[in-house]
Write a protein of this length. Structure first.
Length: 272
């Protein structure tokens, strides 16, 4: 059966028009018809004036999904009110178990984490998803965090699993040298962000992961930013055991996706 998997940095529901709009993000997800949704930059539990439930819970209810959340920052702020901040999963299928693993955080950098969740598919099989959001400032920090997450995902090395999220890292197939990386960063008003040689994505490839978009992607792949899409930093990785299950992968840029967040989501279809 086909399973539709979405990875989406929702920029804490704040769109490119600076408006916080949970319903708009929910609309984007609904239009993709995704069964499993990995989310980055989520506050939970949190409150907004126009919602009777925390935004993550309100999204899950509107979509008819279950949810789980894994904090990276134990306390941040949404609309001036304190709330944990991190990664989340929306699932059309039962969530059997979940855990949050902390990743290495260099001094002066924002804490990062890995959300692990196991879901029960309609086929009766269990599928594990790992969801993360790596450091946005340094390839060296991302390299350390990738090493941490591989220790956790390594337990599932022989089984099909997914690794999803905003890796803030460039793939060499889209990288043309340090000058190009610097130019892209400057064009996005983020100088230095991608000036280092990309090492993180190759490390994941050597660990046996398949980059779904690189394997079967269709159309433009750049996911950041929606205002000026120049880099592909949001990924769906499939473990080697699921290499033959990948059917399609695309950047979802239809409807209000260009407004709902500063990232485009990535939709992958797997035959499981």
């Amino acid at each position: 059966m086909n399973i539709h998997v979405l990875t989406y940095n929702i920029h804490h529901w704040q769109g490119t028009d600076d408006r916080t709009d949970v319903a708009r993000v929910t609309e984007v997800i609904r239009e993709t018809k995704a069964d499993l949704v990995a989310l980055n930059e989520v506050y939970h539990p949190a409150s907004l004036p126009d919602l009777s439930a925390p935004p993550l819970k309100a999204m899950a209810q509107a979509l008819g999904m279950e949810f789980t959340f894994g904090p990276a920052l134990p306390q941040a702020s949404l609309a001036g009110k304190p709330a944990p901040y991190g990664n989340a999963l929306l699932s059309r299928y039962p969530i059997l178990a979940y855990a949050t693993h902390r990743l290495t955080t260099p001094a002066g950098h924002e804490p990062r984490s890995l959300l692990e969740a196991r879901v029960l598919l309609p086929t009766g099989k269990a599928l594990t998803l790992y969801i993360t959001h790596l450091d946005h400032r340094s390839e060296g920090a991302r390299w350390e965090q990738a090493g941490d997450l591989l220790l956790w995902t390594g337990r599932d090395r022989g089984r099909l699993h997914l690794l999803l999220g905003d890796f803030n890292a460039l793939s060499p197939d889209a990288y043309q040298g340090e000058g190009w990386g610097r130019a892209v960063g400057e064009a996005l008003a983020e100088p230095g962000r991608w000036a280092e040689e990309p090492r993180v994505i190759p490390r994941l490839m050597r660990a046996g992961y398949v980059d779904a978009f690189a394997a079967v992607g269709q159309g433009a792949g750049e996911t950041y930013s929606t205002a000026k899409p120049l880099v592909r930093i949001d990924y769906c990785f499939v473990s080697g055991a699921g290499r033959e299950a990948v059917r399609s992968c695309q950047r979802w840029d239809a409807g209000v996706a260009c407004l709902a967040s500063d990232h485009f989501p990535v939709l992958t279809t797997l035959d499981l």
